[in-house]
Write a protein that binds this ligand. Structure first.
Ligand code: TRP
Length: 458
């Protein structure tokens, strides 16, 4: 056991930090537009199944690996397996952290920039999506604007991680998460009370199975990983600061519940307002930055709601980006014995360098593409569709087939004694899911992803 390794101060601190990691751009920016494009309620239904049968088992597994070893992903695998192959699987997670940060901080930077746009009152004169589109393009074409806000967002992320696990991440989450809930509830109430809101609710509740294809299932699974911060060791790292006496089973359920309910509430808040103002629900990634400015223009109180919305989005992104950076920092602190502060300064700088091409993908290097994708798209694709499911696959294989359930159960039981005594079937169900369902389903998804790559490489 390392001396003086930090721990969460309280169980609620861990839950808020971990759900802060889970709740992010994935819930508020990605989920509504993916649902909008893929059959609304039909997609949501498939997504919920993925969360339950793959997301929850893998989440439990990741936190367990972290809590047992009290290490970053590389150290965790190394400690339990003594194998450099498995350590390098952890290393892949650290790498994925950088890749996700490289596009995540850019979108988060737009969000931060849009708070200032909202305050300046520009969301008053976009009557058509085209004019909001031109405005977005003008901003993202402006290198100073986009690089400046990406850097500003990154500095906020670094400041929190710099302050440490308890004083930075835990304290920050305890302030930001309640604020996030309050803002989101206000926005939902606003959406639901707008005339015509029922069309938005119907859109979320009435499944349209015509839009559902095999690709939809893959998207739902990939998104389940992304939204729960799974597959690269973020939850493992947060789990490594957990006390052995806190229950992993109940914490995981609470994190999943919060993440899912927030995505659904965000969907309600956004689609009620979109339908009530006569806009189109499936505008792709532009839903937030193009459609919503029009929605704010047309709604009463749009000024204040636009500020609240982009504040919400930025907070959600911040509590997630700190978890991404923390994986990288934990690795250098645990394995290389670096001082946390030094690690944050250096790897914050490195993150800026890898984020730069993402930011410039919208202006200077717009035309530099690889198979039709720019750097930003490649980073997103590579991380969300390949590295995360890959990581999830290896995590479940490791737990079920390498670590051994006798040892797994000893660790899992800590803090969950009564569950083991009274409802052992829950544990047995988890065993079946992590042993068979998760690896097989993730493997199938990866195979079909590689099939898609075949088509590109042909
Ligand atoms: N879960 C976050 C979101 O929904 C993003 C995120 C944070 C993440 N940490 C992660 C995704 C680790 C994958 C892995 O926006």
């Amino acid at each position: 056991m390392q001396k003086n390794r930090e721990q969460w101060n309280s169980k609620i601190g861990f839950i808020l930090a971990a759900s802060g990691s889970a709740i992010g751009l994935g819930n508020i920016w990605k989920f509504p537009y993916i649902a909008g494009e893929n059959g609304g309620a039909a997609f949501i239904f498939i997504y919920l199944i993925c969360i339950a049968i793959i997301g929850l088992p893998v989440l439990i597994g990741e936190i367990l690996l972290g809590r047992t070893t009290q290490r970053n992903p590389v150290g965790a695998f190394r400690k339990l397996s003594n194998s450099s192959f498995w350590a390098s699987i952890g290393g892949l997670g650290v790498l994925a952290g950088f890749i996700i940060l490289s596009f995540y901080t850019v979108v988060a930077g737009w969000s931060l920039g849009y708070i200032f746009e909202a305050i300046s009152g520009v969301f008053y004169d976009f009557n058509k999506i085209e004019s909001a589109g031109i405005h977005f393009q003008t901003l993202t074409n402006n290198v100073t604007w986009i690089v400046g806000f990406t850097a500003a967002f990154l500095l906020l992320t670094m400041a929190i991680v710099y302050a440490g696990v308890q004083k930075g991440i835990e304290r920050g989450s305890k302030i930001m998460m309640p604020l996030l809930f309050v803002i989101l509830i206000i926005l939902m109430i606003k959406g639901l009370t707008m005339p015509g809101a029922e069309k938005g609710v119907a859109f979320l509740l009435e499944p349209n199975w015509d839009n559902v294809t095999g690709e939809t299932v893959l998207l739902a699974l990939g998104h389940a990983f992304f939204t729960l911060s799974l597959g690269m060791g973020a939850m493992m790292t947060y789990g490594s600061y957990m006390k052995q006496s806190n229950s992993i089973m109940s914490s995981s359920l609470q994190i999943i519940f919060l993440d899912t309910i927030i995505a659904l509430i965000a969907g309600v808040a956004i689609f009620t307002a979109v339908f009530a103002t006569g806009q189109n629900p499936s505008e792709g990634p532009g839903l937030i930055f193009l459609t919503l400015p029009v929605v704010f223009t047309k709604m009463t109180g749009g000024y204040i709601f636009s500020i609240l919305f982009f504040l919400l989005l930025s907070i959600a992104a911040l509590t997630s980006s700190i978890s991404l950076l923390e994986v990288v920092i934990a690795y250098f602190v645990d394995e290389k014995k670096w001082d946390r502060k030094k690690a944050v300064l250096i790897f914050g700088g490195v993150t800026f360098l890898v984020a730069l091409p993402s930011a410039l993908s919208f202006n200077l290097i717009k035309d530099v593409t690889f198979f039709g994708l720019n750097y930003f798209d490649i980073a997103d694709y590579l991380a969300s569709n390949i590295l995360l499911p890959f990581g999830g696959l290896f995590i479940s294989i490791f737990i079920a087939w390498i670590w051994g359930f006798d040892k797994v159960f000893i660790e899992l039981k800590k803090g969950s004694e009564s569950l083991f005594e009274k409802h052992i079937w829950v544990i047995n169900a988890w065993k079946v899911f992590i042993k068979y369902f998760a690896p097989v389903l993730i493997f199938l998804v990866l195979l079909s992803k590689l099939g898609i790559l075949d088509v590109i490489f042909k």
